[in-house]
Design a protein around this ligand. Structure first.
Ligand SMILES: NC(=O)c1ccc[n+]([C@@H]2O[C@H](COP(=O)([O-])OP(=O)(O)OC[C@H]3O[C@@H](n4cnc5c(N)ncnc54)[C@H](O)[C@@H]3O)[C@@H](O)[C@H]2O)c1
Length: 315
């Protein structure tokens, strides 16, 4: 199917919605934008065009202005979903709002359209159960910023049809994302469960004074993270013992069992530990600092994405 006839509705054009719009427009889709907050909606096309131009500077978009020309601001939700093959919802992270938005989407979108939510932590069964079209609803959870970090976690409710999951996987793949399927609903899906395990241990180690916060960060960005940008944990351990994963398990799981038995608990996020972690960070938060570091993060991520696109780096 030629992408110029394909249409997506981006519902909610905050941080995540704008990134999805850039991704679909770059892939040649016609993108209709909607958001009840008029100033946000009015500003969106310009901001998305700027992101597309930034992607082009890193070789990650061929024709940013052509892509930006495929963006349309819709006058209503109804107009946004008219003729849409796919809907990506990016409204507030509140279950009641997701219920209201999805009821509207199911009523207004063409019967064949997939309805995907970007929700970080609300499973689809909590906001789609009562809908006549619930089989076409699912979560497509991106990672911030989605136009630079391609992973998307797909997770259906028990009533989501396998065809919906398969079509969504295919569409995300076609637009340059990397979809993974979470086979049944679980709190935090997979990415945030992995992130949560690491963060809890980081809070414990810094809070209990085993290491400084800066050195903890070095341990990830100059240690584990270098491998993780192209190997997953299973690919990593396969190479850490001459006999691969069975050998690794025979050698090292005794040690990891001990660690698992004393894993960091919820108290690491409570006083007094959390206060010690906050005090251990040597910088004060300010809007200028966050903006500068976000810009730097995006530049570095774009360079890494460009590197990962090269032929010699098939992962
Ligand atoms: N920010 C992240 O790191 C991140 C990462 C992955 C997923 N998400 C998820 O993406 C979604 C959006 O997050 P965000 O960070 O873009 O938030 P955001 O606050 O930047 O954007 C939310 C947008 O939704 C709009 N909105 C409010 N009511 C609406 C309605 N009824 N219909 C449509 N739009 C409505 C708001 O005007 C706003 O523009 C959330 O579900 C969030 O959990 C966020």
């Amino acid at each position: 199917m030629k992408n110029e006839n394909r249409q997506v509705a981006i519902v909610g054009v905050g941080l995540i919605g704008r990134a999805w719009a850039a991704i679909f427009a770059r892939a040649g889709w016609n993108v209709r934008l909607t958001d009840p907050h008029a100033p946000t909606l009015a500003a969106a096309p310009g901001l998305i065009r700027d992101e597309l131009r930034a992607l082009a500077r890193h070789g990650l978009a061929d024709d940013p202005d052509g892509a930006a020309a495929r963006l349309t601001v819709a006058a209503s939700l109804k107009e946004a979903v008219e003729g849409a093959e796919f809907v990506q919802e990016n409204g507030p992270e509140l279950v009641e709002q997701k219920k209201t938005i999805f009821a509207e989407l199911d009523r207004l979108a063409p019967p064949g359209a997939v309805l995907a939510s970007s929700t970080s932590a609300i499973t689809a069964s909590r906001f789609t159960e009562a809908l006549p079209g619930r089989a076409r609803c699912l979560v497509g959870h991106p990672v911030n910023p989605p136009h630079l970090v391609p992973l998307v976690e797909l997770c259906g409710a028990p009533w989501t049809s396998p065809e919906t999951i398969e079509r969504t996987r295919q569409i995300y793949r076609e637009i340059g994302q990397v979809p993974v399927t979470v086979k049944r609903e679980i709190n935090g899906f997979v990415l945030n469960r992995l992130q949560g395990a690491l963060l809890a241990e980081a809070f414990r180690l810094v809070g209990e004074g085993y290491i400084s916060a800066e050195d903890l960060d070095h341990t990830v960005k100059d240690g584990l993270g270098l491998r993780w940008s192209f190997l997953g944990p299973f690919e990593t351990i396969e190479l850490n013992a001459p006999g691969g994963i069975p050998d690794y398990c025979a050698r090292y799981t005794g040690f990891y069992k001990e660690l698992a038995a004393t894993a960091a608990g919820p108290e690491v996020y409570q006083s007094p530990n959390v206060d010690r972690v906050i005090a251990a960070w040597p910088h004060q938060p300010s809007p200028e600092r966050i903006a500068t570091l976000t810009q730097r993060r995006n530049e570095r991520l774009a360079a890494l994405a460009a590197h990962k696109k090269t032929k010699n780096n098939p992962s």
